[in-house]
Design a protein around this ligand. Structure first.
Ligand SMILES: C[S@@+](CC[C@H](N)C(=O)[O-])C[C@H]1O[C@@H](n2cnc3c(N)ncnc32)[C@H](O)[C@@H]1O
Length: 250
């Protein structure tokens, strides 16, 4: 039997809140396609950054809701109207999440560091002038700044702090965001990745990337850091030895 997701007719709305769109549907389809793995993963804490209408967090709660154990769901949004709409959407589906009006996950780091098992994000990813990023109202739903990466580049280090050792991150990106470049950057932090869904619409080519910590990638990342440090150490050593020669010659 296909797992239940949120129903469009039960999604609440507000003129200043992003309505479920191709990107939201792609993210939920990716979660649904990975549902068996998600259930087997037995997440304790699930977090959505930027919940908008609540379509994604309600779907995730429904996908994982029928099991004997219940994850704890949280969602943030910088737009206060979005949290009201998310709350109505969750209520209409009979599911619950703690809702927090904040920038990404500001103020939650101490409470959630290393504890989030599943994080889902459909960020503002559209390339726009930088000054549109973080604007009040609906513009902040899509304005992603240069290459659409301004908000994404702030979310990834937060995800790295909050994800548990077994944590998974699902994030929506666009070709213009350079998804393979994002995977390479996350590899340097010890994450493996896979594009779990790719979908081209009339307007954009969407990629849903799944990231997870990988012990081998972590080892490689640590080795690279160590050899960088050693490289810097050698450079400093050789500089000092050159300086000592200069002083000895004087
Ligand atoms: C593309 S919409 C996605 C909404 C919903 N998750 C969906 O998939 O339909 C991006 C959402 O992120 C929110 N947002 C933008 N910048 C944010 C930030 N810095 N911190 C938290 N939420 C943010 C916007 O208000 C908007 O609701």
């Amino acid at each position: 039997m296909p797992h239940k997701i949120a129903q469009i007719r039960l999604i609440s709305s507000h003129p200043e809140v992003y309505e479920p769109c191709d990107d939201s549907f792609a993210l939920v389809d990716a979660l649904q396609a990975d549902c068996k793995n998600l259930i087997g993963h037995r997440p304790n804490i699930c977090l959505e950054i930027g919940s908008g209408s609540g379509y994604v967090i309600a779907s995730l709660a429904l996908l994982l809701g029928g099991e004997a154990w219940r994850p704890y769901f949280l969602a943030t949004d910088i737009n206060p109207h979005a949290l009201k709409v998310t709350s109505e959407t969750l209520k209409a589906h009979g599911v619950h999440a703690e809702l927090i009006n904040t920038n990404i996950a500001s103020g939650l780091e101490a409470r959630l560091a290393g504890l989030v098992d599943v994080m889902v994000v459909n960020p503002p990813y559209v390339p726009t002038p930088e000054e549109e990023v973080g604007c009040e109202g609906i513009t902040s739903a899509w304005a992603g700044g240069e290459n659409g990466r301004t908000v994404i580049d702030k979310i990834l280090p937060v995800a790295d702090k909050l994800l548990s050792d077994k944590g998974w991150l699902y994030i929506v990106t666009l070709t213009a965001n350079n998804p393979s470049g994002l995977c390479i950057e996350m590899k340097k932090k010890g994450y493996e990745s896979r594009i779990v869904l790719q979908r081209s619409t009339e307007e954009e080519s969407l990629h849903i990337i799944k990231f997870w910590r990988d012990p081998e990638a972590l080892l490689e990342a640590n080795e690279a850091k160590m050899s960088n440090k050693a490289g810097n150490g050698n450079a400093i050593g050789s500089l000092l030895s050159q300086l000592s020669h200069v002083f000895m010659e004087k």
